[in-house]
Design a protein around this ligand. Structure first.
Ligand code: SF4
Length: 170
């Protein structure tokens, strides 16, 4: 199985609350519980951005959380997928325009999947994560293809260099 196959079967998730009312966060916790059991898709909720494939963000981006959100995103290895969970993460929702809020997540980092609802339901979150998995698989394939092309170019370069050295020795 190639890398995209492993990732799809065992993605690691990072949950970040960028300023939510906790409504969407409770629904994410419900997904992790035995009733919805998101782990059946091989997922683990991890606390380390450096080991995460999927970033689940809830809430509007507040002025205080903005910098941390961008930092967490930057620490995640490629390929990665961002899911905006709920109306606030997607657009700012009911907090849009408030003095301490910056709006939706996509103003600061690229978002791959938008999950609607206030608060968003566990079924919608699971659906969003499954959509995110398809995007993650596609991104992994694209990355693997570009790495392969790069390796082929490096190998070709080495062969040309070896030929030059052999010719200069003769
Ligand atoms: S979408 Fe609704 S439940 Fe979710 S963080 Fe915003 S206000 Fe709270």
């Amino acid at each position: 199985m190639n890398l995209s196959g492993y990732r799809k079967k065992s993605p690691w998730i990072l949950h970040y609350n960028a300023g939510s009312c906790n409504g969407c966060d409770i629904e994410i916790l419900a997904c992790l519980g035995p009733k919805y059991d998101i782990e059946r898709f091989g997922m683990i909720n991890t606390g380390n951005p450096k080991q995460s494939d999927i970033l689940l963000v809830t809430g509007p981006v507040t002025k205080r959380s903005r910098e941390r959100l961008v930092e967490i995103y930057a620490q995640m290895p490629e390929p990665k997928v961002v899911i905006a969970c709920g109306a606030c993460a997607s657009t700012g929702g009911v907090f849009r325009g408030m003095y301490n809020c910056e709006g939706g997540v996509d103003q600061y980092i690229p978002v791959d999947v938008y999950v609607c609802g206030c608060g968003t339901r566990p079924e919608q979150i699971i659906d969003g994560v499954v959509q995110g998995l398809a995007i993650l698989e596609q991104k992994t394939k694209e990355l693997e293809a570009s790495v392969k092309l790069n390796n082929e170019a490096i190998e070709e370069n080495h062969q040309v260099n070896r030929r030059h050295i052999a010719a200069s020795i003769k």
